[in-house]
Design a binder for this molecule. Sequence first.
Ligand SMILES: Cc1cc2nc3c(=O)[nH]c(=O)nc-3n(C[C@H](O)[C@H](O)[C@H](O)COP(=O)(O)OP(=O)(O)OC[C@H]3O[C@@H](n4cnc5c(N)ncnc54)[C@H](O)[C@@H]3O)c2cc1C
Length: 392
Amino acid sequence: MAETADVVVIGGGSTGTSIAWQLARMGAGRVVLLERRGLAAQATGVTAGIVRTHYTHETLARMALRARQVFGNFDDEVGGAAGFRQTGFLALLGPDDVETVAANVAMHRELGINTYILSSDEIREVEPRLALFGIGAAAWEPESGYADPVRTAFSFANAARRHGAELRIGVGADRLDADASGIVGLETNAGYFSTRSIVVANGYSSRNLVASLGIELPLTPIRHAVAFMQRAEHFGKPHPIISDRVAGSYYRPREDGQTMVGKTAPYDGEEDGDADAWPAPRPEVLQTLADRYRRRFPNQGAPAVNYATSGLYDCSPDLQPLIGPVPAVAGLHLAVGLSGHGFKLSPVFSQMLAEQMLTGSSKDFDITMFSPARFIEERPIVPHHAYSISTL
Ligand SMILES: Cc1cc2nc3c(=O)[nH]c(=O)nc-3n(C[C@H](O)[C@H](O)[C@H](O)COP(=O)(O)OP(=O)(O)OC[C@H]3O[C@@H](n4cnc5c(N)ncnc54)[C@H](O)[C@@H]3O)c2cc1C
């Protein structure tokens, strides 16, 4: 016999688990989350987990500020641990972006974000080991840091369970079912679920899933390599997070003496639609990452690569999420297209979506800005102060 649910959430990454938590705590009825492999099995399991507020659009900066508050106070806000570490976040931009950085930092400060522009001397005070070539301007956020994405997703999942949600691990959605009235259910590898409401939160795999309803999502899968570099014994205390948009890489410290290195530009990866593959990065890509890190931190010779992996960005045309209902199919909601920056925002957009689903609108932030329909309506999200290089 078919199971029934008030809402079925598909996907157990940071997106699906946070949405299941928000829906359950807001009283959405019987909430069932389906995860075909394991919690945090895909992008969430490899993310750098950077929680910063430097954004080029005011709403996103406000959302990131709220997210930073959640990560800094996770046990009270969600329950459990997110492993947040406040390291500070330093964004380095080239000479073409000096005025734009100033405009963004001024916008952030208006919102109450603790951030400021650093002179070269001030950069040296923050991180004396950094080589300063190519830098036109630098923005510093002392309160930003990174979280542990796997612990975070597990904590969201446990919070969802505490509020009565059911999590089915090993259960994958195979086909969504709709009639003229909208969503009526879905087929899974564990049988049929009857429901009038589905949240699709399974990253790039969502594209095939909703295609069965004749909906084509504008998502491009870009595979991003990451390398874990061993810092030299004499390096000393970990450096802050550096977003080196001059060289095109981020350097995210770990407490265990390693630094995670990846690329900052969303399209600076390889198009690869196989969401289930887990290919090792090509040697020349690893070399590029290692070279960038060595050049910025020349005091440690040639640090070794310990480990390398990769993960997919599900990039939308404006690099911003698709969150909200699909107008053509009643009961179908999307939370996809996170485009490489969805981890930090997860506790915030999940609340926005749950509020919209349960009350018709979101309280604190404008969810309609992220409507999946914006690409049909030709109203993409446009940054208020865009950099000369492609960034998130
Ligand atoms: C290398 C890298 C670095 C990143 N760094 C950052 C960062 O520093 N800060 C930041 O904010 N963001 C970052 N991101 C982006 C962030 O990781 C993602 O936006 C976020 O984790 C997306 O979570 P998700 O739950 O939507 O997707 P995923 O984590 O991919 O989860 C999707 C889940 O759905 C499951 N699934 C798939 N198909 C089905 C199905 N049919 N039925 C049931 N389950 C299914 C999968 O098994 C998977 O567990 C990074 C991403 C990558 C790849």
